[in-house]
Design a protein around this ligand. Sequence first.
Ligand code: ADE
Length: 226
Amino acid sequence: MRVDIVSLFPSFFNSIFDQSILRRACESGKLEVKLYDLRGYCTDKHHQADDYRFGGGAGMLLKPEPCHRALEAVLTGVRPTPLVIFPTPQGIPFTQDIADELARELHLVFLCGHYKGIDQRVIDRWVDREYSLGDYVLTGGELASSVIIDAVVRMLPGVLGDLDSALGDSFRKGRLDSPHWTRPETCAGVGIPGILKGGHHKNIERWRRLTAEFLTAARRPDISRK
Ligand code: ADE
């Protein structure tokens, strides 16, 4: 998968793609990332990327021209046309189903907003999808883009060592994941549920399903299946 990121703070992503699974995805060629510095597309004397909002009110907005130029540079002549994603609190909720769907794309472009957001004309002209991570406001789109990229890239074939483990993740089958334990069997005087030691796979599977359903009903009645 190819991922292009348009951002005022491209160095933010160095630490993201330098770690663990995303790093291995890059090294193995399953993920190719290109960063575009929005500042480089500001042509005025002071390289100003933001401005006040028409109509007044606190908070600045990313100016349209640098965004237009950057996205033109990213998208012109590129086939098949990539999907352009703009993370924003005004977007539809980002979910595991959407991560699975995006993992089937060949090329994603992320536009990172800042301050109060981006001039609406940029969104209208270029953006295909607007996603929100939750009902709170982050300082910038870099963090939100990183979260979406992480959730998508781990679903690319061959990126996770053990796909079965992803299939048992929270939100699959409409429920949270069950709790898990590893060695040692007793730690600080606390043991583990005896059923997990028996090696009876059918019973273990049933126990995990029941604990997961119980947890989901208690914590996330909104996704709990009756
Ligand atoms: N940018 C700022 N806050 C955000 C959120 N909650 N989700 C997605 N993008 C954002």
